[in-house]
Design a protein around this ligand. Structure first.
Ligand SMILES: *[C@@H]1O[C@H](CO)[C@@H](O)[C@H](O)[C@H]1NC(C)=O
Ligand SMILES: *[C@@H]1O[C@H](CO)[C@@H](O)[C@H](O)[C@H]1NC(C)=O
Length: 253
């Protein structure tokens, strides 16, 4: 009972924390370098809510906890696509939200959702970015995100930021985060850590992109932002590959 309460308080802390809303310690990404990383926005006031990654001409990945309303309340804005001087970045209307039904809002297990959007006019920049398998994932990656430039004004960054991270094992993650917060092996999640670099709450849904340009993780939660030695938790794309392929019906990846 007591352990249960502690676990609950811990989870509350973890989901509410991370108020600083940008890739901490990140650097600006030139337009066109990662055009598939989109900003998921409120369709009525265009406020930035979360990150998302375009994985095919009609589908994007984000975190399940990012999409709690109806599809028409969201729009994807592709701010890293290069545009001419005063043109605005392309955007796409969301037509359908497919949340993995194993998603658990309390533990954040399987924090993954697929967005079906209206076809974009020009997607010549789109590459195949889903991993081939979930096997043998390790090493250096980068977390990408659009965040608020200022926590108080909640002004969004129009520019994509990136920071280098390293994937660590769930055992190492547990040593650093403790047993209540570390995802279980069957939760389909992974941990990554960096030197003064981290994703924060506004970067939820943003991708962790690894060697070869594959999207291996989706930013889900953290205990704090960029505290040395404290890893962030990401949904494993490799773990959910079969489900993703089934939903997008192998049309592209
Ligand atoms: C979008 O903004 C409107 C008006 O500010 C608000 O009522 C609505 O709940 C927001 N929707 C989402 C998905 O954030
Ligand atoms: C959720 O994801 C898991 C792991 O990828 C998959 O096995 C399962 O079919 C998915 N569940 C639903 C109902 O979407």
């Amino acid at each position: 009972m007591k352990a249960c309460l502690i676990a609950f308080l811990y989870m509350c802390l973890l989901i509410k924390c991370g108020r600083v809303k940008r890739v901490i310690g990140g650097t600006a990404v030139e337009c066109g370098k990662q055009p598939d990383v989109a900003s998921l926005r409120n369709s009525s006031n265009l406020k930035h809510l979360c990150g998302a990654t375009v994985i095919s001409p009609r589908f994007a990945l984000t975190a399940a906890h990012c999409v709690t309303s109806k599809a028409d309340e969201y729009v994807l804005k592709l701010n890293n696509v290069c545009v001419k001087d005063h043109d605005i970045a392309p955007s796409a209307t969301i037509l359908e939200i497919i949340i993995n039904q194993s998603y658990d809002p309390v533990t954040r297990a399987h924090d993954i959702a697929i967005l079906r959007f209206a076809v974009l006019d020009d997607i010549t920049w789109l590459k195949h970015t889903l991993p081939r398998s979930s096997f043998g994932l390790s090493g250096e990656c980068a977390v990408y995100g659009y965040g608020y430039r200022d926590v108080r004004t909640k002004e969004t960054s129009e520019i994509l930021l990136a920071g280098t991270l390293r994937i660590i094992s769930l055992d190492e993650c547990e040593r650093r985060l403790g047993p209540f917060v570390t995802p279980k092996y069957d939760h389909g999640m992974l941990c990554a850590t960096g030197d003064g670099i981290d994703a924060c709450q506004g970067d939820s849904g943003s991708p962790l992109i690894c060697a070869g340009g594959t999207v291996e993780g989706i930013s889900s939660y953290g205990m704090s932002c960029a505290v040395p030695g404290i890893p962030g938790v990401y949904t494993s794309v490799g773990f959910h590959l079969e489900w993703i392929r089934k939903v997008i019906k192998d049309e592209w990846n």
